[in-house]
Write a protein that binds this ligand. Structure first.
Ligand code: ATP
Ligand code: MG
Length: 586
């Protein structure tokens, strides 16, 4: 695996067709297909992650580009691990990403049809019931360097197989007592063609079909046939399915059904994170994170909660492109895309995380309302009122009592500009008996008001601030990488030993300008509605996903978190203003 840095990808933005687009264009040009139909086939056994986003963008994106359509098909053939909670979350995530499916389908709806296909294979002499244990089957299968051997069940008559398979379906046998196998070639160089199991007995309750079935088709028997039933033209999956393709084609050929075709691309791997539902489930179950939508998770629900935008995730998927070679994508590239988008849309607000009080000794007015632009990137962004008064908070880290040369923030005798307000000068550092700074006495330059500055004074530093009397307390949550290891999946030992103990930092009380709070009411209502799991958005529910994005000046991009209450608003940092991570860690 090689790591691609954000910059190397950004530099090479040539817009040639990817290999899948080439295939589709050729198929349309030759008349093989008039319209393409793709599918996104998640197994509802967990929440979707950023890797799935790549698959979603690819499947839906291809169809969109070429005027086709995409089905959302739940690959729910394994009764044990699946749940409707997952089904709902998957639908929500796909919609949030901005895609609409043509049909919502379930592989379990094909159970009867798949059963008929299995009977058809038996009729044609291409399948047999095997009584061997799974250990015996494994031994008989051989190894990649040693051919497998046929067993006595392989020669069962068609009638006997039909009788036994029907009995399997009727629940006459216990789990594992018998299986149905495709009769292909026990000596094939492809291990997956050595008479693969296509049906197993499992007396388990299924989240949709209940107790109707006690035999369930294996992935290799369900997937291709489901594609075929739906007339999927291009079945796009990840590279690990390359060895499954011969079986995919074999089933379709032997059954004589619609010839869907499978194509494979490299799955998305990302630095400092894990992307397997099994591992994500462990993080949730063992309380390493606070649920599937914890803002540090690589899940789409986590990213949404953290404030990532669907536009930036789509842009990210576009930038990484599709390849047929595995690689490891730098997490910073995703953050780059998020930052780019938020810079354009985020409302600027001022919030002080760690306050230092300033008294402006020569400010005699009780207070005044200044104006500050909402977004310098948006010419229609407008302005908001910002109250100014004699006492303000600045950030503690923006002051140094003994400052080095070229320190452009506040220091004794030095001047700075307060954003959208005045230039102030630090005249005196006031301390308590123990020598702790209680506040700074400053003076302001009345002629230096932003927008009408006639002071002629040039200062290099501009600080954010809030008026003490108008400041409102909020909670801030800052996030870091969830893992300390770049390639977590490839690292030795338990992946959980690489969890970053400092991935969440909470600032219980930060001070926000009032305009931020004024808007929070509506946002809170939306968040509460969204967290009610019984409310699933419909395609035209345009209000549903609206999230207000903010840039807290000099602090990063933020959005309201669903843990907020009317008494306490909580804001998540989506991403910092600059990429501090790549520099520090490389
Ligand atoms: P996981 O290992 O995370 O459980 P999965 O492949 O079992 O993933 P599915 O629900 O079966 O998850 O996947 C639905 C679709 O998403 C499949 O077509 C799969 O190939 C694709 N997909 C899953 N993970 C990635 C990834 N990291 N990059 C690209 N596509 C992915
Ligand atoms: Mg899977």
């Amino acid at each position: 695996m090689n790591t691609r840095s954000p910059t190397s990808i950004i530099m090479s933005e040539e817009k040639s067709l990817n290999f899948l687009e080439e295939i589709v264009e050729a198929d349309l040009a030759s008349g093989k297909h008039k319209k393409i139909l793709t599918r996104f086939p998640p197994e509802p056994n967990g929440y979707l992650h950023i890797g799935h986003a790549k698959s979603i963008c690819l499947n839906f994106g291809l169809a969109k580009k070429y005027g086709g359509a995409t089905n959302l098909r739940f690959d729910d053939t394994n009764p044990v691990t699946e749940d409707t909670e997952y089904v709902d979350s998957i639908k929500e995530d796909v919609q949030w990403l901005g895609f609409n499916w043509a049909s919502e389908l379930y592989a379990s709806d094909y159970f009867e049809q798949l059963y008929q296909f299995a009977l058809a294979l038996i009729y044609k002499g291409f399948a047999y019931v095997d009584d061997s244990t799974s250990e015996e089957i494994a031994v008989q299968k051989g190894t990649p360097t040693q051919p497998g051997v046929n067993n006595q069940y392989r020669d069962r008559t068609i009638d006997e197989n039909l009788k036994l398979f029907t009995a399997m379906k009727q629940g006459k046998y216990k789990d594992g007592e018998k299986v149905l196998r495709a009769k292909i070639d026990m000596e094939s160089t492809n291990m997956l063609l050595r008479d693969p199991i296509i049906y197993r007995i499992k007396h388990a309750h299924h989240h949709r079909t209940g107790d109707t079935w006690c035999i369930y088709p294996m992935y290799d028997f369900a997937h291709g046939q489901s594609d075929s039933i739906e007339n999927i033209t291009h079945s796009i999956c990840t590279l690990e399915f390359v060895p499954h393709r011969p079986m995919y084609d074999w089933c379709i050929e032997k059954l004589g059904i619609y010839p869907s075709k499978q194509y494979e691309f490299a799955r998305l791997n990302m630095t400092y994170t894990v992307m397997s539902k099994r591992k994500l489930l462990q993080l949730v179950n063992e309380n390493h994170v606070n649920g599937w939508d914890d803002p540090r998770m690589s899940t789409l629900s986590g990213m949404r909660r953290r404030g990532f935008t669907p536009e930036s995730i789509r842009e990210f998927c576009e930038k990484i492109g599709v390849a047929r070679r595995e690689n490891l994508i730098d997490f910073s590239l995703l953050e780059f895309c998020v930052r780019e988008h938020l810079n354009k849309i985020a409302q600027r607000r001022m919030v002080v995380f760690d306050p230092l009080k300033i008294v402006i000794t020569n400010y005699e007015a009780g207070g005044e309302t200044l104006q500050s632009e909402n977004n310098p990137e948006d010419e229609n962004g407008g302005e908001r009122p910002v109250p100014f008064s004699k006492e303000i908070y600045i950030e503690k880290e923006d002051f140094m009592e003994v400052a080095p040369k070229k320190y452009f923030r506040l220091a004794p005798g030095q001047m700075v500009r307060l954003k959208s307000a005045y230039i102030i000068k630090c005249d005196e550092v006031v301390k308590d008996e123990e020598g702790n700074i209680t506040h700074l006495n400053c003076s302001y330059i009345p002629e230096s008001k932003s927008g009408s500055d006639t002071s002629g004074i040039n200062v290099k530093g501009t600080l954010h601030w809030v008026s003490v009397a108008d400041a409102l307390p909020i909670e801030i949550r800052l996030y870091d990488r969830l893992f300390t290891e770049e390639n977590v999946a490839a690292a030795e030992g338990d992946f959980k030993s690489y969890i970053n103990p400092d991935s969440l930092q909470t600032i219980e009380t930060a001070y926000a300008e009032p305009e931020l709070i004024k808007e929070a009411g509506n946002e809170l209502v939306r968040l509460k509605i969204r967290s009610l799991r019984n409310k699933i958005p419909t395609v035209d529910d345009s209000e549903y996903f609206i999230t207000k994005r903010y840039q807290f000046i000099r602090k990063g991009y933020f959005c309201l978190d669903k843990d907020s209450t009317t008494d306490k608003l909580v804001f998540n940092r989506t991403v910092t203003l600059k990429d501090t991570w790549t520099k520090v860690n490389k």
